[in-house]
Design a protein around this ligand. Structure first.
Ligand SMILES: C[S@@+](CC[C@H](N)C(=O)[O-])C[C@H]1O[C@@H](n2cnc3c(N)ncnc32)[C@H](O)[C@@H]1O
Length: 480
């Protein structure tokens, strides 16, 4: 007799309860409305009572349905996945197809008007989950850790890339639901452990640590899925500070984080300070900042608390708490730590909200490598190095029509982080000629002759301007 979860998985796949199947069935309008937590268009699109419509209603929309043929109702009821309600069945969980081809099991989504969330609510996979998954390195590893696994979604992404996976969470219900996600996705052998922060893996080391942590900064710590109960942004700080102790040489830790912007303090110093003394190379990117009111509204909305009797009080308390700490905003972003083994680690902290090529994990090692090369090469080494312009770089020249010289020259990356940089004539000329054949020093001399740039300025001034372009991946050091 087959395991009921295997039978459920087969049925889901056979019925077309997949990302494409659900999207095709709902259509763009209903799918987009659903992303706004508006159910009506999706209910209309699934009212025929056919098996796929019934599965969407049951697992995604959370409404009672007649059991579709083949669903092992009694066994799934015993496993806590659904309950009988008269002649119909209703789900006890949210079960959604995921982009890896697997399934994610979590608590049912909370929508406006629903009863208040339980404190140990297990949140489903969403935008932040996908964001971290896109950031994580694609390099195959031996041992990976997913800290704060929740519904287990990061493990679905790690499976196949990591030979051994450990997943931890402080919430035992999360581990219960994560195990269902893994079973329904055909992922075996995950070592799941209960406990806070790195406690469950004390003394162990990993090649890759990933975490979409409970980063929400709030006064209460009311919901485990988003708040740790640590003071302010202390959970992300401690995670970053402790991570290096759990990395193998060459290992990487990648996480999403929130951090405070406090009056009189540069946020770069705050977050950069978490990484100093870590002994690792680091890359911090602030992708977004919200003002305190926007931030509070976002998270009250996330828990469907707008329109409830406590909304004003919660909002006011939260804002008052921020005010007492002189908080001016909250930053959201990515943190990557890499144990490069260098005695001269480098940490780059930057604000970059621009569009990027996905997945970032496909080139994150190159980003770290560029930052490290720009930092570690001495001037003499740089002048002797052969530079190559990145293959995706294009040049834009802007100026008044008919003018001989452009007013502005911009180098723009068409791949990776898609950065752009305003450059001078020397760097632009260099981008035109450096293909790895000649060292930088003679190229700069030749460019100086051509551009008439003062000999005194070169190469010192040029190196000052070229070094950031190496750090940002416009130029690479040729290894050939
Ligand atoms: C935002 S959810 C992330 C879930 C999932 N990993 C994802 O990417 O969607 C954060 C998870 O951290 C867990 N958590 C909260 N406090 C924790 C702690 N002190 N130590 C470890 N995990 C914790 C929560 O239970 C929750 O499952």
């Amino acid at each position: 007799m087959k395991d009921p979860l295997d039978r459920l998985r087969e049925l889901l796949l056979e019925t077309g309860y997949t990302i494409e199947g659900v999207r095709g069935r709902l259509g763009d309008v209903a799918a987009t409305a659903l992303a706004r937590e508006e159910l009506v268009p999706a209910l209309r699109a699934t009212r025929d009572g056919d098996p796929l419509g019934a599965l969407i209603r049951l697992w995604w929309l959370g409404v009672p349905v007649e059991a579709p043929p083949g669903l092992p109702v009694a066994e799934l009821e015993a496993a806590g996945l659904l309950a009988a309600e008269g002649t119909r069945i209703v789900s006890r969980v949210h079960l959604q197809p995921w982009e890896t081809g697997g399934y994610v099991v979590s608590d049912r989504k909370v929508r406006p008007g629903d009863p208040a969330l339980r404190a140990d609510h297990v949140v489903g996979a969403g935008g932040a989950s996908a964001n971290l998954a896109q950031l994580v390195s694609r390099r195959p590893v031996e041992r990976a850790l997913d800290l704060g696994t929740g519904c287990g979604v990061q493990v679905l992404h790690l499976a196949g890339r990591a030979a051994r996976i450990t997943a931890t969470d402080v919430n035992p219900r999360a581990l219960e639901l994560a195990r269902l996600s893994w079973a329904l996705s055909g992922v075996e052998g995950v070592d799941a452990r209960e406990g806070s922060l790195f406690e469950p893996v004390e003394g162990e080391r990993f090649d890759l640590v990933v975490s979409n942590p409970p980063f929400v900064i709030s006064p209460g710590g009311r919901f485990t899925y988003r708040e740790s109960g640590f003071e302010a942004d202390g959970f992300c700080r401690d995670l970053v500070r402790q991570a290096p102790r759990f990395l193998n040489p060459g290992g990487t830790c990648q996480l999403l984080a929130n951090w405070l912007h406090v009056e009189g303090e540069d946020w770069r110093d705050r977050v950069g300070g978490w990484l100093t003394q870590a002994g690792c190379d680091g890359w911090v990117v602030q992708r977004d900042v919200q003002d305190p009111a926007e931030y509070v509204e976002l998270w009250l909305r996330d828990a469907a608390e707008q329109g409830t009797g406590r909304y004003r009080e919660l909002y006011d308390d939260w804002l008052g708490w921020f005010e007492a700490m002189r908080v001016t905003g909250v930053g959201f972003g990515w943190i990557t730590l890499h144990d490069s083994g260098s005695l001269d680690p480098v940490v780059r902290v930057e604000e970059y909200g621009g569009r990027v090529e996905l997945p970032v994990g496909g080139y994150v090692e190159d980003v770290l490598g560029s930052v490290a090369a720009a930092h570690r090469l001495t001037d003499a080494e740089l002048l002797a190095a052969r530079l190559v312009v990145d293959a995706g770089v294009v040049e834009e020249r802007i100026g008044p029509p008919g003018a001989e010289d452009p007013a502005t020259i911009v180098l723009r990356q068409t791949r990776g982080l898609c950065r752009s940089a305003r450059v001078g004539t020397v760097e632009a000329a260099l981008a035109g000629v450096c293909d790895g054949e000649y060292p930088l020093a003679p190229l700069l001399t030749a460019i100086a002759d051509l551009t008439g740039e003062s000999g005194d300025e070169l190469p010192g001034k040029a190196l000052e301007r070229i070094r950031p372009l190496i750090a940002e991946g416009f130029f690479h050091i040729s290894t050939g």
